[in-house]
Write a protein that binds this ligand. Structure first.
Ligand SMILES: [Cu+2]
Length: 200
């Protein structure tokens, strides 16, 4: 009888321990996921100031060996330009430069309930009511005219030198300033991001 009781107690202790372990593991996985999200996308909020020159490293990650550039891109990062901004900037005032032949990965996140999207077009197209097709293969979120995707990553190779825009493809947004600049420079140059000291 005593033996059966001991066995029962040890079995239930084991169960409790397993439950605790599972709980702790889930919690740490959640923490890791949160950390990863924050790493990709610096914190935003309606009243968050637009990032300036000191914040550049948070908005561009460069791998010189793999020749890749990673850009976290938050639509409606804050209230600037009535929310029609990327990472708090608009009308081309944030300027990414990437040398020809490099691969660019953009992690798009829409922080607002209003539809937004991202599509890379020639800078002259950014003034149009509809910005049109992406200039580089794969350089847009899915169905940019509708802008229904909230979180999407896309990768493309910049195989032409010129002045481009990362524009919102939702009708009239880019014409209202919802775009930032992407310049494709000569091969051999260093990727960079210029952020203005103060947004308009
Ligand atoms: Cu938009």
């Amino acid at each position: 009888m005593n033996q059966i009781l001991r066995k029962l107690v040890s079995q239930s202790l084991c169960g409790v321990l397993l439950f605790c372990l599972a709980f702790i593991t889930t919690q740490s996985v959640n923490l890791c996921a949160d950390e990863a999200a924050h790493k990709d996308h610096p914190l935003s909020g309606r009243k968050t100031p637009s990032p300036g020159p000191d914040d550049v490293d948070k908005f561009i990650r460069v791998d010189r060996i793999a020749k890749t550039v990673f850009i976290p891109l938050a639509a409606t990062f804050n209230d600037a330009n009535h929310g029609m901004n990327f990472n708090g900037h608009y009308k081309g005032r944030a300027i990414y430069s990437v040398p020809k032949g490099w691969k660019v990965t953009i992690h798009f996140k829409n922080m607002s309930p209003v539809p937004h999207s991202a599509v890379v077009v020639e800078q002259v197209m950014a003034r149009k009511l509809q910005v049109g097709e992406p200039y580089f293969d794969g350089a847009s979120t899915t169905d940019p005219l509708k802008g229904l995707k909230k979180d999407e990553e896309f990768t493309f190779v910049v195989d032409d030198i010129g002045k481009f825009a990362i524009a919102c493809g939702f009708p009239a947004h880019s014409a209202s300033g919802h775009w930032i600049a992407l310049n494709v420079t000569k091969e051999g140059e260093t990727p960079s991001l210029k952020l203005p000291a103060s947004p308009l």
